[in-house]
Design a protein around this ligand. Structure first.
Ligand code: SAM
Length: 277
């Protein structure tokens, strides 16, 4: 177990979280155990915590009782906080001299608009620290028992988003090159455009029989994992009513899951109500 002497050792390595500054912390994909030690320290010190929709609310249990927690969730298609409002909020509290923790799902700089937030902070002359988190496309694979790379078949990995700022598949991605050159492909925010994406990859020569996995609510108690093939993936999403948040993984490495699944330990203490695969 973690005891006081461990905390003492860890504390020595922690940077300052000064009044009037902002820490952008990646909380990881959801499981409470996947936040970093630095993230946990920030939670214990912050005066104000501005957290996203995909952040596990249980993290707030670590906050000081007098800390202010502000929900800043943005979810596609639902009423949501505007990015500019979020930026204005964190700047406002930092300018009041508060220690502001901007708690974001996964990693703050992976499809999380963390770059825009630190630019705005820099322009407002506010000091910040970005603390990495485990992105869904890494944590989600591990807990689904899919290796991100394998020496034999998958020597590279590509992360992409399935839509651009207009909601369509990103035209700046070279889909032909991707279909030919990318081995493990991990797609975020891609369910809405899954048909267009799969058709585009197949048209560029990707094998219709290639394995595809979907991991929904990765690393959480209600995590769900499905496996199909590229040719069937779009219909599969409709048939199984797969909804966000989910990541889509494509590549030969997906097949390892079935070979090891029976031997994988559960990600939570087992009770009769939370049996997961
Ligand atoms: C706005 S992006 C944020 C990504 C985040 N910054 C990260 O590094 O994981 C939201 C998308 O991330 C993916 N995602 C985040 N958390 C997830 C989870 N627990 N399970 C599956 N996908 C997740 C989904 O594709 C979701 O639509």
């Amino acid at each position: 177990m973690i005891d006081d002497s461990d905390i003492e050792i860890l504390t020595e390595y922690m940077p300052d979280f000064p009044a009037g500054s902002v820490w952008l912390v990646g909380a990881g994909p959801g499981h409470i155990g996947l936040i970093s030690v630095m993230g946990l320290f920030a939670l214990k010190q912050a005066d104000v915590i501005v957290y996203d929709a995909l952040v596990n609310r249980d993290f707030l249990k670590f906050a000081r009782p007098d800390a202010e927690a502000i929900y800043a969730g943005k979810r596609g298609g639902k009423p949501s906080a505007k990015q500019q409002n979020i930026i204005d909020t964190i700047i406002k509290y930092a300018q009041q001299g508060k220690r502001v923790l901007r708690l974001k799902g996964g990693d703050p700089f992976v499809f999380g608009r963390g770059g825009e937030e630190v630019e705005a902070l820099a322009q407002a002359n506010i000091k910040f620290l970005a603390v990495p988190g485990i992105t869904a496309g890494i944590g989600g694979l591990a807990f689904a028992h899919i290796p991100a790379t394998t020496r034999e078949t998958n020597q590279s990995i590509t992360f992409l988003t399935g839509h651009d700022s207009k909601g369509i598949i990103p035209s700046a991605i070279d889909w032909d090159a991707l279909a030919k050159g990318a081995q493990t492909i991990v797609m975020y925010m891609s369910l809405k455009n899954i048909r267009a994406i799969c058709e585009r990859l197949i048209a560029a020569g990707r094998n219709v029989d290639e394995s595809v996995a979907f991991v929904r609510n990765a690393t959480l108690a209600d995590q769900q994992v499905w496996q199909t093939t590229l040719g069937k993936a779009a219909d599969f999403v409709t048939e199984h009513a797969i909804t966000p948040p989910a990541i889509v993984i494509m590549g030969a490495n997906v097949n390892l899951r079935e070979r090891v699944l029976k031997h994988a330990l559960p990600i939570f203490k087992q009770t009769s109500s939370n049996d997961q695969t």
